[in-house]
Design a protein around this ligand. Sequence first.
Ligand SMILES: N[C@@H](CCC(=O)N[C@@H](CS)C(=O)NCC(=O)O)C(=O)O
Length: 239
Amino acid sequence: MSLTLYQFEISPYADKVRRVLVLKSLPYSVVEIPISKAGKFRSVSPTGKFPVLVDGDRAIIDSTDILRYLDAAYPEVRVAPDDPRDAGLAAILEDWADESLYFYDLTMRAWPQNRDWFVRDLLHHEPKGFGRTVLAKLIPGALLKVTKAQGLGRKSESTVVSDLTGLYDALEAMLADREWLAGPRLSTADISVRVMLNVLDRTVESKALMAERPALSAWAARVDAAAPPQGVSITAARP
Ligand SMILES: N[C@@H](CCC(=O)N[C@@H](CS)C(=O)NCC(=O)O)C(=O)O
């Protein structure tokens, strides 16, 4: 077995895969892709999206497919729930985290009060020099283009925070009387949602919302204890 993870270290999707690799005690090596060099890795990911996991002669693109593959190929420790109803809920929560919650991160971290930290994270592996300075200037505008196309970026800051408050309230209610989001043990649902909240916590708004929600905060600590974040060299402290 030889596992290689092609990643942007900051990406919550990469975090999701790293946590599962460690949970399954699978050794892996990492190829870090500086964002300005992503085009050079088209042969690894024709879609231009990362993470990609290479296992021998197989390349699996997309964190959801990677987790599914890992459960099939290395089933000793499974991350998908066993019960079909729990598995259905986990699949929906994973898709919600990947395809909706992620855009709260992109939108909110591009706001002026959160932007410096985000740009610094994004450029952590970027070689120093003129190109880096140019990227730092271009990133907020490029992100806004993406979030406007998706829709969330067209809403006011107060509406986005109010929408996120409703979602955190929903999670708080789901976790009021249970330890995990889908079924009796840690699953893909917990890991997928946790990695998004982890990056969202780099915004002042999400941090405040988390601090007011004890069940959600306790669950986040529980997920981190069971499936700790791995190999993140990017800053943990606000600049
Ligand atoms: N659905 C994919 C999403 C991956 C994704 O959007 N990755 C971002 C980094 S966080 C990316 O590669 N962006 C580069 C691009 O869009 O060109 C997954 O679950 O892996």
